[in-house]
Ligand binder design. Sequence first.
Ligand SMILES: Cc1cc2nc3c(=O)[nH]c(=O)nc-3n(C[C@H](O)[C@H](O)[C@H](O)COP(=O)(O)OP(=O)(O)OC[C@H]3O[C@@H](n4cnc5c(N)ncnc54)[C@H](O)[C@@H]3O)c2cc1C
Length: 472
Amino acid sequence: MPAALSICLLAALSANHSALVTPSSSDYNSSLAIYNLNLPIYPAAVTYPSSTEEVAAIVKCAAEGNYKVQAKSGGHSYGNYGWGGESGEIVINLANLDGYSYDDSTGYATVGAGSRLGPVTTALYNSGKRAIAHGSCPDVGIGGHATIGGVGPTSRQWGATIDHVVSATVVLANGRIATVSETENPDLFWALKGAGFSYFVVTEFVFKTEAAPVGGVSYTYAFQGLNASAQSQVFKDFQTFISNPDLSWELYIMMVGLPEVLEITGAFFGSLDDFNALGLEQSFSIPPAANVTVIPNWLDMVAIWATESETAEEPAYFYAKSLDILPDALLSNDTIDSMFEYLTTTPDDALTYELEVQLVSGAMAEIASNATAFPHRDVLYWIFAYASTNGTVSETTIDFLDGFNNVIYDAFPNETFYAYAGYVDPLLTNGPELYWADNLPRLEEIKKEWDPRDVFHNPQTVPVGEGSSGEC
Ligand SMILES: Cc1cc2nc3c(=O)[nH]c(=O)nc-3n(C[C@H](O)[C@H](O)[C@H](O)COP(=O)(O)OP(=O)(O)OC[C@H]3O[C@@H](n4cnc5c(N)ncnc54)[C@H](O)[C@@H]3O)c2cc1C
């Protein structure tokens, strides 16, 4: 790193030498705790600011030195985008920015952008039993989650994490500190809700909160040792059940498919009687092994999901993909048969693979697809496919997952299937088109106005719109 940059960064960090890690630091390698081991990354510097002002000074140093910048919150990007997603960037690790406060009079919580979901959930619950929508893994960072989407168990009732953001403090590409909200810098506020990593570093969020659910029902229906045709039947029954437009928004439901077992699992935020009245168990033509438990409070419910996600939290060599299914383009029986035929007969050299099929819709679909940068409001369910390997992910495994998605693409040759930017797929050549769909042109214009030199960059950030750039 050039000496001038090093001096600038050290000054930005109030001369705190331990807050600046560079390739010449003895702890450089041990500090690179990347999540996707398949994508090793070597940043130009990793910084640990303690205030918004320090973040602003770091961004100024980076911009002046023509370096790219990414913030790191929880480090759970599938593409290691919190580390820049490519070598040579300046990483702003927000771990020290993890403050929390709650205002009783508004029901708003102020949360430091370096916080993790687990502590945020607990702090909200301890603030008069409040909650926001978010995913189920406690180590995911609020910084990356509340700027990309944040879809989880209560999303059918409350929308995504982004839908709870009422304002945020951000550092812009020129190092200026600004507030974004419906009334202040509304374009940037819109961009924050689904594409934040392209525009700024958020240092603090203000969230509107909801009354936490009073517990509910946790359930798993497991199907073991089925052949391809029986697995296919479970999927057909599942799709029929979740495509009922009158299905309760209090139901959180997903299908998790491993080679040997299929599980329908989730939660119902209501009474056991109301859960039983949904007729979920009776909807399967093949009897499952049922495990249904009443959970007395929200934190116990959250703890179940945390336990279930322990393995997924660990760094691994993996590749993953996502695709959306719309309510008016459900998979036909033939396509479902082909999917399971494919999965059971196609060679892969994965250690393990997993399909996760998650119903969304409900409150998510009540918001217009152009109301936030996150466009996927009309999605009925997502199919996430994941394969982990013992070492570097091979072409065979990549082809295996690509081929799985191709089974579905081939069934709808005139349809575009979109992808969720929260589960980035670094191998997509048209990532921004698939992540932001019809919202991409507006995002490109906003990028041109606020970050024309593309300071905030990873391999799939919003490109700078064409034409002359404005001032920021
Ligand atoms: C095990 C696991 C479980 C997951 N579960 C869910 C789920 O249930 N629902 C769901 O919707 N998603 C889920 N995700 C996806 C997750 O929400 C995204 O990967 C998210 O971006 C991770 O945020 P992070 O802060 O942990 O990651 P990081 O790697 O730190 O950041 C990811 C991206 O966000 C940017 N970013 C981080 N902080 C800020 C900030 N303060 N300002 C601006 N940009 C910032 C980074 O620069 C980077 O580009 C899961 C991911 C994993 C690995």
